[in-house]
Write a protein that binds this ligand. Structure first.
Ligand SMILES: [Zn+2]
Length: 348
């Protein structure tokens, strides 16, 4: 969008969005300690950026509520304006060490969806294993699937990370493990070295005592994100069911009730399908979240709710634009030099 006519139309749409009583469920993953030495990865947000977003929500008087409260709003067919729900996927330790103190400061509730097989263990999910390996690697190049990657600069490492991620999107979990073991050897590293690094601390998962501590705070509750975070669509029905049900049992044993579920990866018909949706409902989940993009209105089905992903680089202007409706307009975010004008109404 480049013309001022277009920007004026956009402003009108934003006003329209705010008049409708719709909620936004935001998706976060990892909130890194400020200054962490990692190349930019979309689902790892900088802690300072996250703090700015939370300050904005608090100062602008958004109605930040828990996912259960949103479910009650939907049941009552009444959603107050400017309602926002925060969710975190996977269960990163930095949700406890970095995000939680910020959420406490602004008294903003959140739900964390745990991939329970990783909680309390030392293993990382593959995106973080690739990232850590690229950062600690001792060799000038690495070869994956016949392609040779230069990995000496941050830009090189970022490019290699993206290409490897794309390749991993096309192969099964066992093959991913084989490639990762090979990469570790190529990099001249051992698993012990990876786990002893400072960066590992920023990328690892929580343990159950941290989960329990967050639950006791009353500000954070927990949902299931399966056990092993695999794309359900690649699994046999029996394995998919086990993933959906076992994670719920584990969370119930540790922190009590668990009625919230978010699909791993979460894209409809790419990562899950209708059969997984009915498995999740039958397992007892009452609120089920996808990675579909959208807002939640009073006619929404709590068993099939869309979200809005907040990614690295989302500054306060972009965040404001997303919250005022931009997240669901399905068009590019205005350029940075136009964005303030759109937000303050000075565009004519
Ligand atoms: Zn996830």
């Amino acid at each position: 969008m480049s013309t001022s006519t277009g920007l004026t139309a956009l402003k009108r749409r934003m006003k329209g969005f705010l008049c409708r009583h719709e909620a936004l469920i935001l998706t976060y993953h990892s909130i890194l300690p400020a200054g962490t030495a990692l190349f930019p990865i979309a689902h790892h947000l900088d802690g300072a950026l996250f703090e700015g977003q939370m300050r904005y929500l608090a100062e602008e008087g958004f109605n930040c509520v828990s996912l259960e409260q949103l479910a009650r709003y939907i049941a009552d067919k009444r959603i107050p304006p400017r309602t926002v729900v925060l969710t975190f996927d996977d269960g990163f330790y930095n949700n406890y060490s970095v995000a939680f103190p910020i959420l406490q400061r602004y008294n903003i509730p959140a739900t964390i969806f745990l991939a329970t097989g990783f909680i309390g263990g030392s293993k990382l999910a593959w995106p973080e294993r690739v990232a850590l390996l690229l950062m600690l690697n001792r060799r000038p190049t690495l070869t994956v699937n016949g392609a040779v990657f230069n990995v000496q600069s941050q830009d090189d490492r970022m490019a290699a990370y993206t290409a490897i991620g794309r390749h991993f999107g096309t192969i099964g979990p066992d093959e991913i493990e084989t490639v990762l073991a090979d990469l570790l050897q190529q990099a001249g590293l051992t698993l012990d070295e990876l786990y002893a690094s400072e960066l590992y601390q920023a990328l690892r998962f929580m343990d159950w005592s941290q989960v329990a501590e967050l639950a006791r705070s009353g500000l954070i509750n927990f949902g299931s994100h399966t056990v092993n975070h695999r794309r359900l669509i690649y699994l046999s029905p029996e394995d998919a069911q086990r993933e959906i049900e076992t994670s719920r049992q584990m969370i119930r044993e540790q922190v009590g009730e668990c009625t919230l579920f978010a699909y791993p990866h979460g894209r409809r018909d790419k990562d899950f399908n209708e059969s997984h949706a009915s498995m999740a409902r039958q397992a007892g989940y009452q609120v089920i979240l996808t990675a579909d993009n959208g807002s939640v209105n009073r006619d929404a089905d709590a068993g099939d709710l869309p979200r809005v992903s907040i990614l690295q680089g989302c500054d306060v202007d972009q965040f404001e634009y997303l919250l005022l409706g931009g997240a669901v307009f399905n068009q590019p975010v205005p350029a940075a030099n136009k964005l303030r004008g759109v937000l303050t109404g000075t565009v004519s």
